[in-house]
Write a protein that binds this ligand. Sequence first.
Ligand SMILES: NC(=O)c1ccc[n+]([C@@H]2O[C@H](COP(=O)([O-])OP(=O)(O)OC[C@H]3O[C@@H](n4cnc5c(N)ncnc54)[C@H](OP(=O)(O)O)[C@@H]3O)[C@@H](O)[C@H]2O)c1
Length: 318
Amino acid sequence: MTKPIIAVVGATGAQGGGLVRSILADPDREFEVRAISRKTDSPAARELAAKGAAVVFGDLDDPASLERAFKGAHGLFAVTNFWEHFSPEREYSQAQNIVDAARRADVAHVVWSTLEDTRERVPLHDKRMPTLMQRYKVPHFDAKGEADALFRGLPTTLLRTSFYWDNLIHFGMGPRRGEEGSLIFLLPMGEHPLPGIAAVDIGACAFGIFKRGSRFIGQTVGIAGEHLTGSAMSAELSKVLGEPVRHVTMPHAVYAQLGFPGAEDLANMFQYKCDFNAEFRAQRPVALSRELHPGLLSFGQWLALHRDGLRASLQEKP
Ligand SMILES: NC(=O)c1ccc[n+]([C@@H]2O[C@H](COP(=O)([O-])OP(=O)(O)OC[C@H]3O[C@@H](n4cnc5c(N)ncnc54)[C@H](OP(=O)(O)O)[C@@H]3O)[C@@H](O)[C@H]2O)c1
């Protein structure tokens, strides 16, 4: 008998890749997996094919390709990548393409990887954080959250993700040497806890959602591995790096001026996570995340697995 197929957008990336791996590692092999990529011949796509995924072409900017890629699928995991183009409008139009194609393909369960529309709590006229790109507060959050409404009428679970701990290695957010030679960890959260997660666990939680059939259809599910302050993260970093790491915080307006691409967007994001800390954390219960994925990593466990990557990223920094 043929098994239900889960089609995965972003299969060659962090979130979708975690889902593909979870489906393939499932001892029950309940689902087949279809990995969607624009570059079906890339090393990442070939690796997925070698592991047993069916790799098919699909481009979020090409609606016809999505319709072909989703055809016959039972489930669909969809994520958009803001950081590839920095355009919230393009992210929104890609979400529209996903919805249109999922509807035409009659997909039974969509998991949409999303984030809050921060403008619901901080309207554009609110001066406490600057408006960016004319109509956003946190562009990479707002467009995803605005797109949630497009999924109404489709059998969807809205999956609210958390800050990847992997950002400490791949996004330049890890510890660095301060002027006096000791390690500092910049996280502009003051003493507020930050919900974080191993990126690979996002896909694993999505798998837990698909495994539970219709239970989470029509619901918003937030996930996190742990909620930790910058000081608590620094204490764990000190242990794994074998030398003291000091947490440093910073006013959001100063962080916004650091000059790297997306600094203003991330400054507003961190401010939102501070100003609405209780609400933001309540949306991301660790207990439910662990129920969905019993192997959910703590920060300490994630660090132990990535000690070498973290050390290498330290050495690369000026
Ligand atoms: N970093 C964080 O802390 C964090 C936290 C929460 C949410 N997020 C969100 O996560 C998203 C990125 O997800 P990720 O980290 O899993 O991405 P990633 O590892 O950077 O990989 C991007 C994936 O998206 C696919 N993709 C991009 N554009 C596509 C298009 N036009 N058509 C088809 N596939 C496309 C790529 O596939 P191919 O290249 O193979 O086509 C690739 O698999 C961002 O929007 C970000 O806002 C990040």
